[in-house]
Design a protein around this ligand. Sequence first.
Ligand code: HMG
Ligand code: MG
Length: 298
Amino acid sequence: NIPTRVKLIDVGPRDGLQNEKQPVPADVKIGLVHRLQDAGLKEIEVTSYVSPKWVPQMADNHEVMAGIARRSDVRYSVLTPNLKGWEAAVLDKPDEIVVFGAASEAFSQKNINCSIAESIERFAPVVEAARAAGIQVRGAMSCTVGCPYEGEVAPERVAYLAGLLKGIGVQRVDVADTIGVGTPRKVQRAIEATLKHFGIDDVSGHFHDTYGQALSNTLAALELGVWNFQSSVAGLGGCPYAKGATGNVATEDLVYMLHGMGIETGIDLDRLVDAGAYISDFLGRKPQSRVAVALLNK
Ligand code: HMG
Ligand code: MG
């Protein structure tokens, strides 16, 4: 039951860049979004409406959203942790907003400064307002296999969070391995826990590649029928509240694997590699994608 088609959400502009120390000008972020949509990405996570004291790199959210030449067939999503974030985001007309919770209490505290229960109370009015405005709502679930502060996370914690998110009207969820410690069977347990509350079409995999397991974890998720995945072009990224964690699996690596398996993505790998080279050049480093490096050296 491996899917024949996969939808990728490139989270590079948001998850990828949020942790960059050097300021990336809005123009460069906009240029990246344009290259991603030119490469065939139909979903792009653009920015977040969080405290600029906590995440300075995302302070230009309005400028970036306003500068994108939007396409009607591309879904642009943004992170909104609370009503203040929602009120700022809605002015920029995102197609989807993302509330982000954690399966571990400690990570919830470090990342969004509240407990899991409090986070749900903060998300509920955001979800309600977004749904009333006809905007899609996704829920990110961090630390679904491991937490930088608590260690291993049990599938029951994931099921608990998924149930709470479902209860407030979140439409689909990401099973995130925030620090990239997961291995295939553990990731499958986290996905199965999520499937207690969400259908397979509404569950996506979000795997960081810190320990080099993200492609294997993707294959494990595909085996369960998951067909939505998040990735970062050039393997950009890391979370500011997960020390040492590296970026998401590189979109280029994922596309190469999927196409090699005969799975359709609608993405043009060469153009994607160009998008990755564009942002990597700006940051002054080589793309973290093995596939991109191989193709660029050919
Ligand atoms: P807080 O301090 O608890 O919030 O922060 P507060 O309501 O007490 O307000 C404190 C100050 O923040 C006030 O300003 C508010 O106005 C301001 P002051 O009066 O001190 O000048 N504030 C805001 N400003 C802008 N936008 C807002 C906002 N809310 C309050 N939305 C808060 C709570 C969530 C805001 C804070 O903890 C925060 O910004 N955290 C950053 C979270 C973040 O962006 N983390 C990275 C993304 S998550 C991730 O990467 C994981 C993911 O990829 C999945 C995975 O891999 O696991 C999604
Ligand atoms: Mg992430």
